[in-house]
Design a protein around this ligand. Structure first.
Ligand code: NAP
Length: 245
């Protein structure tokens, strides 16, 4: 998957920059469930590996078993929230594991710029398990009033115009336009899409929306690089915990 390869390249370069060693396990596309689980168990048993990221979705023949396979990873090495235990932490607010890196990146950006979500209306467009749903939970834990929109949502623009914080995780280039945004709103663009010229862009029409909103994350830049930062921060934290530091 080209976008996975590009993420891998970026993450590896950033990891090496800060002294985190990256080991890649490249398995054949027709890998069996048993062989993949054996690889994960070997990673669990290897004390020199502190965090593991597995690119998903898995190939078609493993799709039905994806959850079961993911749950073989030791929770302490689950730096991008692929196990049920880590997910339970995101939903309960308990520190059971790490949150998925992308929603965590969005929260870090809000925190860094001193944007307090308490009492604010937040709208998240997208309800995937890796971005939309956990994003909504993290905003809820920060006391935002959260609405999750998806492809069956009616009158989407009416809803998004109520948002003080608007998070776009749709997977459609320049989907959010200026007329959908409340003046002064904070807009977080999670999208990693290609425009009509094949250029990387987000789910938000940056040129139009930036005229209306109060703050906006760019694509490229913004959430993408911050996601890698979160992956590395989680890996560092995992290494410390595993070595009782
Ligand atoms: P996904 O699994 O395809 O989910 C997309 C969501 O958008 C779904 O919930 C879908 O609704 C909703 N949607 C689609 N069309 C819609 C419409 N017309 N109106 C309202 N909602 C609509 O995608 P994802 O994995 O969450 O990723 C979303 C975007 O973030 C993609 O561009 C992806 O490349 C990017 N991404 C970026 C990073 C990063 O590091 N920056 C990480 C992960 C993902 P239904 O559920 O009803 O189908």
């Amino acid at each position: 998957n080209p976008s996975d390869l590009s993420y891998e390249k970026g993450a590896t370069a950033r990891a090496e920059l800060i002294g985190v060693e990256v080991v890649k396990f490249v398995l054949p596309e027709d890998v069996t469930k048993e062989a993949l689980i054996a690889q994960i168990e070997a990673i669990n048993a290897d004390d020199s590996i502190h965090g593991c990221l597995m690119f998903r979705p898995l190939p078609k023949h493993l799709k039905a078993d994806q959850d079961e396979i993911c749950n073989h990873l030791a929770a302490c090495k689950d730096v991008d929230c692929m196990t049920d235990l880590s997910n339970a932490g995101v939903f309960t607010g308990k520190k059971l594991g790490f949150a998925p890196c992308t929603p965590q990146a969005c929260m870090e950006i809000l925190d860094y710029y001193g944007i307090d979500c308490k009492g604010k209306n937040a709208v998240v467009i997208g309800r995937s398990n890796i971005v939309g749903k956990p994003m909504a939970m993290l905003l809820l834990h920060e006391n935002a009033t959260v609405t999750i929109a998806h492809s069956k949502t009616q009158n989407l623009a009416e809803l998004t115009r109520q948002a003080d914080v608007l998070v776009a995780a749709v997977g459609r280039p320049k989907f959010v336009t200026a007329d959908m945004v409340k003046p002064g709103a904070v807009v977080i663009d999670v999208g990693m899409d290609r425009d009509e010229n094949g250029k990387l862009c987000g789910d938000v029409d940056f040129d139009g929306v930036s005229q209306v909103c109060g703050a906006i994350t760019p694509v490229p830049g913004g959430v993408g690089p911050m996601t890698i930062s979160m992956l590395l921060e989680n890996t560092l934290t995992a290494a410390k915990l595993q070595n009782s530091l």
